[in-house]
Write a protein of this length. Structure first.
Lengths: 325, 513
């Protein structure tokens, strides 16, 4: 590495410096392990403190609508059917048929083979179609298979691709391999937005979450995403906090803004609002926009709708008053 | 900096609407007497003073001012309770009362939190999440010791001291009461407590808790008043021990006052703690710790990390991260659940903070505060950071006891230790590094009673707390905290063995028999 490059260096990373970084596993390792550490106790305490923020009345109403607009409404089951995807798309376009002021969600997220169904069902709406790819969720396939999977989704009309990193390679220190895979997938994505799933539940430490975040950003990811939803724990507040610090520092260092998507385990309005509080107080208001922050979820939407209806009517309805996905 | 009182939020997109805690959970009487011998009584000379809400300058109520005669009544009541009941109870019985008090504090936590915030000006989230839970924890912890005291003295026989005079400060009114009262009672002493004149209300509510717990009359007596009342407590010949937390100036006066009387004294005084950030620290968490180190409780903390010593190689980035973090602090209505910085406790304290901050500027340090709108009423001071501070500046030497941070740099670990120790105080310090060996090396060389590593302002009843040098002597908390309230068996300070004002045979702690 020639140029000094640390997480908090002001100014823009010199492209030449990135070339040096990716010259070997060792040089990438020197950089990633040179990032400031994350103190586990401290980050969890900060997250817990932010979770006590009280978001009420008008602020809560605004936050609920923002959360709805940030949702990647997701179904990723082996048993998914075209009918289920069409139903989900109808819900994405019009989350609450009883209240036309309800905003639309950001995207619908499905497996690649169901992308055509979603594209058709969402035709003419601003709701994006996101597809998981790269042998989701384990990522255990050869690179050509992953690239074909991605190309398939993009060809079918996916606007966004959610890829998984090779956690085995990352944990064994083969950072260059992970970097190259992300780059290759990014190339196949063409114009589609690339979200890089770190699967933080398998990364063991917050230090690794920070390193994986930087690796994914350096490799060109448009978003960094916590989890597939298939591994527990999925999106936790402290993990999202570490990733928000990473995108904040990365923009400071490079000038490029990267989005964050916690996914999996966010089921209640309270969970969602706690994530939004962290976004506002860590990365800042620039990220409080569906372009830069998404919530990967399915059941969350119904809870937000029930809270939204409660705010309007003063009464809680019940699960029978929102549609099942 | 965001004024939560204005209702604007951390950001345009989200924002927090006002979220005030309800004031109606607590009843404040128009006036309070002195709590002596289990009853509220009028002061002999009828003196009163007012206590105000520092966030609004609203008068909350009138409080009695105890004169020398009132203090004498309180000490006599405490003596009677000591000799007739409290010192004769087995430890397991004393424990029952302490456990009961702890549980009542938990049950009435919301009431205490609201009252503390109204009277002190601290944010409700701090009184709710720190002051009140820790106060209950202190009673639980020392309740557990009450029947195990032989393990605190290594099996040597010991006895309680008798009547203990306790004078506490305004920064953590209920918590300081708990730190003092819980170990004193656990060891079999009785108490005459004087709360600070600007924050007497939670102590008076605690009197109600004592009655609710059916604590025998006279075991805890609460005499409100200012400096004169405190002097009367410390100087009373019937008081067997003085425990004081507050300023170094008053601590010295108390030490002079009781010199030659043989009364044991413990003093927990001021501080000018260094928070040392090494270049390999976890930056985000270190900044968080620096912020809570100095801005927690508006910096009204004797162990506040008021000097930031940052390694010069990361000076710029730590400062940038610190400034960025300070812009998200929310100053305003202490009753709002989202407020981070509340009001300065009194006009007098505000004047002192202003005077020292102005001195910092006059001496050539650079002053910075986030854009910050202060409420029009009440006593307020914005979070303030001074850079370019040298060891010679007053703001690096004197305790400000407000939300003012002085930033200094260092090059080597040796220099950090030298600068950290170069103060008349020695209460606490912080070390931030990811390297264990460096943390241990540094901590071993810091002359401070408490050294936090990769955290700050953490308190636990099991951990002793106290200072070196002008930060005082004696330890509170943990097993060490019992030493201040027990004496080894043998002649007492009056030369008596057993009877008279010293502990009689019945007063020997049952556990030592």
């Amino acid at each position: 590495m020639t140029a000094p490059l640390t997480g908090l260096d002001p100014g823009v990373i010199d492209p030449g410096a990135v070339e040096d970084l990716i010259s070997s596993d060792a040089s990438l390792r020197r950089f990633l392990h040179g990032l400031p550490g994350v103190d586990q106790v401290g980050v969890e305490a900060r997250s817990a403190a932010l979770a006590t923020r009280s978001v009420k009345t008008t602020a809560k109403a605004r936050a609920i609508d923002l959360a709805v607009r940030m949702i990647d409404l997701t179904t990723l089951e082996g048993a998914d059917t075209p009918g289920k995807v069409r139903s989900l798309c109808a819900k994405a376009r019009r989350p609450d048929p009883a209240d036309p002021t309800t905003p639309q969600v950001a995207a619908v997220c499905v497996y690649p083979d169901l992308v055509p169904v979603a594209v058709e069902a969402l035709d003419g709406s601003p709701v994006q179609v996101a597809s998981v790819a790269t042998a989701f969720p384990a990522g255990r396939a050869a690179l050509p298979v992953k690239l074909a999977d991605t190309a398939d989704a993009v060809a079918a009309g996916a606007h966004e691709v959610d890829m998984v990193i090779d956690r085995g390679a990352f944990l064994s220190g083969r950072y260059l391999h992970v970097y190259d895979e992300i780059r290759a997938v990014k190339d196949v994505c063409a114009g589609a937005h690339l979200k890089v799933i770190l699967e933080t539940g398998e990364l063991a430490t917050y230090d690794n979450v920070r390193r994986a975040s930087w690796l994914a950003m350096l490799a060109g990811g448009d978003f960094i995403k916590t989890s597939t939803g298939k591994v527990s724990p999925a999106a936790t507040l402290p993990v999202t906090l570490v990733m928000l610090e990473a995108v904040r520092d990365y923009r400071e260092a490079t000038g490029r803004q990267v989005g964050v998507k916690p996914a999996g385990g966010i089921r209640t309005t309270k969970d969602a609002l706690r994530h939004l509080v962290q976004v506002g107080e860590t990365a800042g208001e620039d990220w409080l926009d569906p372009r830069w922050f998404r919530l990967g979820a399915s059941s969350l939407l119904n809870d937000l709708l029930m809270q939204r209806a409660k705010a309007a009517s003063g009464r809680y309805s019940g699960p029978d008053y929102v549609s099942l996905d | 900096m965001t004024g939560s009182s204005s209702g604007s939020g951390t950001s345009r997109a989200l924002g927090y609407a006002p979220a005030p805690e309800s004031r109606s959970v607590v009843d404040i009487a128009p006036s309070y007497g002195l709590f002596i011998d289990g009853e509220f009584t009028e002061p002999a000379d009828g003196g009163t003073f007012k206590t105000v809400n520092p966030a609004t300058e609203e008068v909350l109520c009138e409080v009695s001012e105890a004169g020398a005669g009132d203090v004498d009544r309180a000490v006599r009541a405490a003596r009677r309770a000591y000799e007739r009941t409290w010192s004769r109870l087995p430890g397991s019985e004393r424990a029952k009362y302490l456990f009961r008090i702890a549980r009542i504090l938990q049950e009435r936590a919301r009431e205490f939190a609201v009252l503390e915030t109204l009277d002190n000006g601290k944010p409700i989230k701090e009184s709710r999440d720190v002051d009140v839970p820790l106060s209950a924890a202190w009673f639980f912890y020392y309740a557990g010791w009450a029947d195990k005291l032989r393990h605190a003295t290594g099996g040597l026989p010991a006895h309680p001291l008798g009547v203990v005079g306790q004078v506490i400060p305004w920064n953590f009114p209920l918590m300081m009461l708990a730190w003092k009262v819980a170990p004193a009672l656990a060891c079999g002493n009785t108490v005459v407590l004087k709360p600070a004149e600007t924050t007497p209300l939670t102590a008076l509510l605690f009197a109600d808790v004592c009655r609710q717990a059916e604590l025998p009359p006279g075991v805890v007596n609460i005499v409100t008043g200012a400096g004169e009342t405190g002097r009367a407590v410390a100087g009373h010949p019937g008081v067997d021990k003085i425990a004081f937390t507050g300023s170094t100036e008053v601590g010295k006066a108390i030490a002079r006052q009781v010199a030659g009387t043989g009364k044991p004294v413990t003093l927990e005084l001021g501080g000018k703690a260094a928070n040392i950030v090494f270049d390999d620290a976890a930056v985000d968490q270190a900044v968080e710790g620096v912020v809570s180190g100095i801005f927690f409780n508006q910096g009204h903390v004797c162990c506040a990390g008021s000097r930031l010593l940052v390694q010069e190689s990361v000076h710029e980035e730590v400062l940038a991260a610190l400034r960025r973090r300070l812009t998200t602090l929310r100053l305003g209505d202490p009753m709002d659940k989202n407020t981070d910085i509340g009001a300065i406790n009194s006009a007098g304290q505000l004047a002192r903070v202003r005077e020292l901050a102005d001195a910092g500027e006059a001496e050539g340090a650079q002053r910075w505060s986030p854009a910050c709108e202060l409420p029009g009423q009440g006593y307020w001071f914005p979070p303030t950071v001074f850079t370019g501070v040298s060891q010679a500046h007053r703001i690096a030497r004197e305790e400000i006891f407000g939300p003012v941070l002085s930033v200094l740099t260092f090059r080597t670990a040796e220099e950090a230790v030298e600068k950290a120790n170069n103060t008349p105080y020695g209460l606490s310090a912080g070390v931030w590094t990811e390297k264990g060996s460096r943390a241990l090396w540094t901590a071993a060389r810091l002359r401070a009673g408490v050294v936090w590593t990769n955290t700050y302002n953490r308190f636990d009843p099991a951990s002793p707390f106290g200072g070196y040098k002008e930060s005082g002597y004696g330890r509170e908390g943990g097993r060490h905290g019992l030493d201040a309230y027990l004496a080894p068996d043998g002649p007492d300070r009056r030369g008596h063995l057993g009877s008279g004002t010293g502990p009689g045979p019945g007063a020997v702690l049952e556990d030592f028999r």
